[in-house]
Every structure is written in C-alpha cells, then in structure tokens.
Design a protein around this ligand. Structure first.
Ligand SMILES: NC(=O)c1ccc[n+]([C@@H]2O[C@H](COP(=O)([O-])OP(=O)(O)OC[C@H]3O[C@@H](n4cnc5c(N)ncnc54)[C@H](OP(=O)(O)O)[C@@H]3O)[C@@H](O)[C@H]2O)c1
Length: 338
C-alpha cells in the first residue's frame, strides 16, 4: 500500500517503538501520523522531547475506551497498534483488559472505520519459554507462562480470529529484544543493572538474546505496511542472528566502564523462581523471577526470519556492533554515560 499522504494511527506513539515509527513515517514516508496517547503518563515526559518537534496529530485517551478509539481511527487508512501493558505489579485481568480487550476494541473500531491495513505489534514471547528449536513466524502460540506473554498471545489469537471471521487485512509483527535510543527495557534498564552490579546473566551467559536494533525493526514494519503480501501474515521481528546475553550485556558494561558482569547459577535462579512463583500465585501478582525468565536467559534458539526475508525482502541493515555504537552515541549525548 502507498504510504505517502495517508493518515496512520499509532497507539502508544509516545512509547519507544511507536515513537520511532511515528518519526520515520513522518520524515521518510511523508505520512500524516496521529498518535493515540494517554494524558498524565509518560506522554507528559515525552511531549516536549518527541511530539512537539514533529507535526503529529494527537488523540488522547485509553485504548480500552470505545469512544476514544472510535474518534482516534476516524479518517485513518492504517492503524499500527503498539500500545500494551508490559510490566508492573498488576493482576492478570488488568493485563488482559489492555492486551486483549484494548486490542479488540481498537480492531473493531478500525473495521467500522474501513481502515485498510492493521498492523498488530506482538512479541516473540508468544512462542513460549523455551521457544521451539525451530521457532519461526508459523510456530504455534504458547499460552503457558507470564502475565505479559500469556495476554499478548491471547491478544494475538483474538486479532487473528476476528480478522479471519471478517476478512480484515491484518499483519502481526513479533519483535525480539528491541534496543536503541530511548529504549527503557533493553537499553536504559540493562545499563543501570550492569552499573549497579546486579546479576544479569544466568550461568555462563551463553544463552541467546534475539536482539533487534530499533531501526531494523522499523524497516520491517514499514515493509509490512507497504507490501500486500503481508496481509494475513505474521512475521518475526528480529535479526536472525542472536547474540549471547554475555555479548549483549557486555556491550553496556563496556560503555559504562564496568569490567565484571555478574551472573547467577541456573539452579539458583530456578530455585528463586519456585519460591517467588508460589508467593505470586498466592498474591495474584507477577513474580519477581519466574521460570519463563530463567528460560528466556538460558535458551539457545535463534528465531528464524526467513519468512520476513522471502515475503517482504527484509534484510536487517544495521549490525549489532553498529546498533550498539549508535546507542552509545545517544547515551553520551543524553549525558547518561560519563
Ligand atoms: N521493546 C521491546 O523490546 C518489545 C519487544 C517485543 C514486543 N514489544 C511490543 O511492542 C509494543 C511497543 O513496545 P515499546 O517497547 O514501545 O513499549 P513502551 O515504550 O512502553 O510503549 C508502550 C506504549 O503503550 C502505551 N499504553 C499502555 N497502556 C495503554 C492503554 N491502556 N491505552 C493507551 N496506551 C497505552 C504506553 O503509554 P503510557 O505512556 O501512557 O503508559 C506507551 O506509550 C508493545 O506492544 C510491546 O508488547 C516490544
């Protein structure tokens, strides 16, 4: 689909992925971007830095609010759904309300408004922990572990069911660990953890991190928007060349001038996960450490991106070294490294 002179609604436009997508759609594709953002949240922090430097339209409110999304999608040809509840001390029903309910709410509004393309941003976590050895875009969804991962899998299934019932043109993109300028999860947090000497590795750190530099992921999302072969398909949003967790955290340790990266034996992590898991089941909140995260940091699976290459011509252009170099440059400019 042609993007020039179309209007695109991005939910979570003040977030990391949504914000970068909004910038690139505006500057490279000459698209009108409308961002759906909530008042009184990190939008207030990002308002000056991000949104007012660009010519974005803003719709305010919660993705779970029917009237809000109805107004937000009006006049948009495309929707990219980035908003999600990803962490925090909340019950599973709160996660479900946003990651399933909010997604369906948006999808129904988009269908009623005759939106022509809907891209749903999911996660590779939907393939479970550990993922299958040949994990790829057509691997089954796993509904096993972790409030975030389970509700993202449920949200994805709801999107696919509704789309096939109504022949609605959806595409699902499942990012891996997306890092780069402005990333909280995979740049600011790892840097802070390495600096304070937290045990960030399991065992010898040879588990595989399916990292993706933000602009490689945005390239894939743009290809999915432009290419009709993406309709009705799911894609893995990684680089097809995992790095070890030791290499991933090692990059931040080097930037911060930290010589030792701390680790935890796998048996100890599993024991902690059992204890925290029991407490969490009793309390109804996510555990501080769970079995899924131990597997996440231990498995050695590199997700297969062959389908993204074959159907969309995706080829990640920025290497891990270059991605980390750009990330470091941003951190230095923002005075977050000495
Ligand atoms: N970053 C990664 O490594 C990664 C990996 C795999 C998948 N993903 C997926 O990619 C998407 C974007 O992630 P991100 O890293 O860009 O996250 P992010 O920076 O935390 O952005 C998430 C956005 O969602 C918004 N949001 C949350 N709940 C909302 C609600 N009820 N109504 C409206 N907006 C709401 C947040 O707004 P507030 O500021 O108001 O909270 C924020 O703008 C998510 O779907 C996530 O599951 C990310």
């Amino acid at each position: 689909m042609k993007l020039t002179n179309t209007r695109v609604l991005i939910t979570g436009a003040n977030g990391f992925i949504g914000g970068r997508l909004a910038e690139r759609l505006t500057h490279e594709e000459n698209t009108t971007v409308r961002g759906l953002v909530r008042n009184g949240t990190s939008f207030d922090f990002a308002r000056d830095k991000l949104l007012t430097h660009h010519d974005f339209e803003i719709a305010t409110g919660d993705v779970c609010d029917e009237a809000v999304v109805h107004n937000a999608v009006a006049g948009c040809a495309i929707v990219v759904h980035c908003a999600a509840m990803q962490g925090g001390r909340a019950k599973i029903d709160d996660y479900r309300r946003v990651n399933v309910g909010g997604t369906l709410n948006l999808l129904r509004a988009a269908r009623a408004a005759n939106v022509q393309r809907f891209v749903h941003i999911s996660t590779i976590n939907v393939h479970g922990f550990p993922p299958p050895r040949d994990a790829n875009a057509d691997s089954p969804l796993d509904f096993g572990d972790g409030f975030y991962s389970v509700t993202k899998a449920e949200g994805e299934r709801a999107v696919s069911d509704l789309a096939s019932n109504y022949h609605f043109p959806i595409t699902i993109v499942r990012p891996g660990c997306t890092y780069g300028p402005r990333s909280v999860a995979w740049t600011l947090t790892p840097l802070a953890r390495v600096k304070r000497g937290a045990p960030v590795l399991i065992g010898d750190g040879s588990g595989i991190c399916n990292a993706v530099y933000i602009d490689n992921l945005i390239d894939l999302i743009l290809l999915a928007l432009k290419n009709d072969a993406a309709i009705g398909q799911s894609f893995i949003g990684t680089e097809g060349r995992g790095v070890t967790w030791r290499e991933f955290y090692g990059a931040y340790a080097r930037m911060a001038g930290v010589s030792k990266i701390n680790s935890m034996p796998r048996w100890f992590a599993l024991l902690a996960a059992t204890g925290f898991g029991a407490l969490a089941r009793w309390e109804g909140y996510p555990p501080r450490v769970d079995r899924a995260s131990v597997e996440f940091y231990s498995h050695r699976v590199v997700y297969d991106i062959e389908k993204s290459k074959r159907l969309l011509g995706y080829a990640p252009k920025i290497s891990f070294e270059e991605g980390m170099r750009r990330t470091e440059e941003w951190l230095r400019n923002e005075q977050m490294l000495k």
